[in-house]
Write a protein that binds this ligand. Structure first.
Ligand code: AMP
Length: 306
């Protein structure tokens, strides 16, 4: 495995609340066995472990999760795995951007202790028969156009929990349905891990950061702003007291349709916990969208809580 030296001076550790002057050698490992050896050693030494699951090509959004994890745990594992089971047959698995060296640099600077970068063959037996599925929550929103997606996500996240055994795991609100599904999976299957949701990180002009933004040409990049503009419109309507979720959604759709390069997959208002469609902005409501800009499918959302 590759080894990198980082010196984390004066870092406060969460469990002991004392100064940790120990040098952390960030490692990039490719085998489950090595991850288990390292993390079990940490646990034996009484250290807390945070996990940040990613598909790599890291950006400021991922970094915000890693920063939060570093501030709350003694050691942080970042998994960097483009998970084949969450991609449909006509999706962008092959095209998905990858750059492990750049990812390693970002993780090292952020203070992560380990990158887990397995090959698909390390994660999946050829004759694998066990998968983790979650009902109803997977059928709405992204589940309609990506029917196997959340089964792949739940399976790989379960496997990562079993491999790393983290105290806490960090997920972005950017993938709001994924976060709701993981929280429900952890509750329903009694995983012994705390799920921490982190806010959406955006570009200066509002576009939610995403590894997939690299697919956008310069005209498409401008057109992509329609998503965050629609989020802003919907959020402003909700904040100013509009209680009719359907009205908010239809105004957002109207705005998105003014952009010729945009094609709506869905814009919907759902209960933020059950992911069931709602008509009124009561309780915690997730207003989420997926919009194609050219061939690139982008997502964005807001949660409104009265
Ligand atoms: P991905 O590599 O796209 O699978 O994302 C890995 C994690 O980073 C997921 O929990 C995402 O929700 C989170 N994430 C991705 N983009 C952002 C963003 N712009 N802001 C906050 N979290 C993000």
């Amino acid at each position: 495995s590759l080894r990198m030296n980082i010196h984390l001076k004066y870092r406060k550790t969460s469990s002991t609340n004392c100064i940790d002057l120990k040098e952390i050698n960030m490692k990039i490992v490719k085998t489950i066995e090595e991850v288990r050896n390292i993390t079990s050693q940490w646990r034996a030494e009484g250290m807390s472990v945070g996990l940040v699951p990613t598909m790599g090509f890291l950006h400021e959004g991922h970094k915000s999760l890693i920063d939060r994890a570093v501030s709350e745990n003694d050691r942080v594992v970042v998994s960097d795995f483009v998970n084949p089971t969450q991609f449909g047959p006509s999706e962008d698995l092959e095209a998905y951007p990858r750059d492990i060296n750049r990812d390693a640099e970002l993780c090292e600077k952020a203070g992560a202790a380990l990158i887990f970068d397995p090959e698909p063959s390390e994660m999946y037996y050829d004759d694998c028969e066990a998968y983790v599925n979650i009902n109803s929550l997977s059928d709405e929103l992204c589940g309609k156009s990506r029917p196997i997606h959340f089964k792949g996500v739940c399976t790989v996240v379960s496997k990562l929990f079993n491999i790393v055994k983290p105290d806490r795991a960090y997920f972005g609100q950017k993938d709001a349905q994924q976060l709701a599904i993981i929280k429900r999976m952890v509750r329903d299957l009694n995983f012994d891990v705390q799920i921490v949701g982190c806010p959406i990180i955006r570009e200066a002009d509002g576009l939610a950061k995403s590894s997939r933004n690299t697919y956008l040409g310069s005209e498409e990049r401008k057109a992509a702003l329609i998503l965050s503009k629609a989020v802003k419109l919907g959020e402003d309507m909700a904040k100013s007291g509009e209680n009719d979720a359907e009205k908010i959604v239809s105004k957002m759709k109207e705005l998105i349709n003014t952009e010729p390069m945009a094609r709506i997959d869905y814009v919907e208002a759902v209960d933020a916990i059950s992911i069931k469609p709602v008509k009124k902005m009561d309780g915690a409501v997730l207003v989420a969208m997926a919009v194609y800009i050219g061939k690139t499918r982008l997502i964005d959302n807001f949660i409104f809580e009265k």
